[in-house]
Design a protein. Structure first.
Length: 148
């Protein structure tokens, strides 16, 4: 039977055992059987049998790890151009470094900002192209009036 790569990584992470046997949690399950899971590094018990960890996990449940108060965030109007977006990103970096927002939220917002900036750049290129076409037309009319 071939071992999956994930299983192989789990085996490597287990605490080393000088006798070469697989290290298992030293606790007993509710059924009275030995717990089959590997221990947390530096202890002889698994995560659920380490004192207080199961209770902590139960209390936290599905709550996110980081919760922040949106009332403390800087209020601003939606960005309309690249300069507004740069100001927003600068504000976001300051708030992230001061602990007002989570790094994960800042990363996601930065991705959205990069898409916004690319689309703003495309729009700016349309205006530049239109201006160049207008200048080309003016140059052609001026060129036609000049005689050699």
């Amino acid at each position: 039977m071939k071992k999956s790569p994930a299983r192989a990584r789990r085996i490597v992470r287990q605490a080393p055992n000088p006798k070469g046997k697989a290290v298992r949690c030293s606790a007993k399950t509710a059924a009275g059987e030995p717990c089959p899971t590997p221990p947390v590094r530096g202890t002889s018990r698994c995560f659920m049998h380490t004192r207080g960890r199961a209770a902590q996990a139960g209390r936290e449940g599905g709550r996110p790890r980081f919760q922040y108060d949106t009332s403390k965030l800087t209020k601003f109007k939606p960005p309309e151009n690249a300069a507004d977006m740069r100001k927003l990103l600068a504000t976001m970096v300051i708030e992230m470094r001061s602990g007002l927002i989570d790094v994960e939220l800042a990363t996601k917002t930065s991705y959205v900002a990069s898409v916004f900036l690319k689309s703003a750049e495309q729009e700016d290129m349309k205006f530049v192209k239109a201006e160049l076409e207008e200048m080309k037309a003016r140059f052609a009319t001026v060129k036609g009036t000049i005689r050699r």
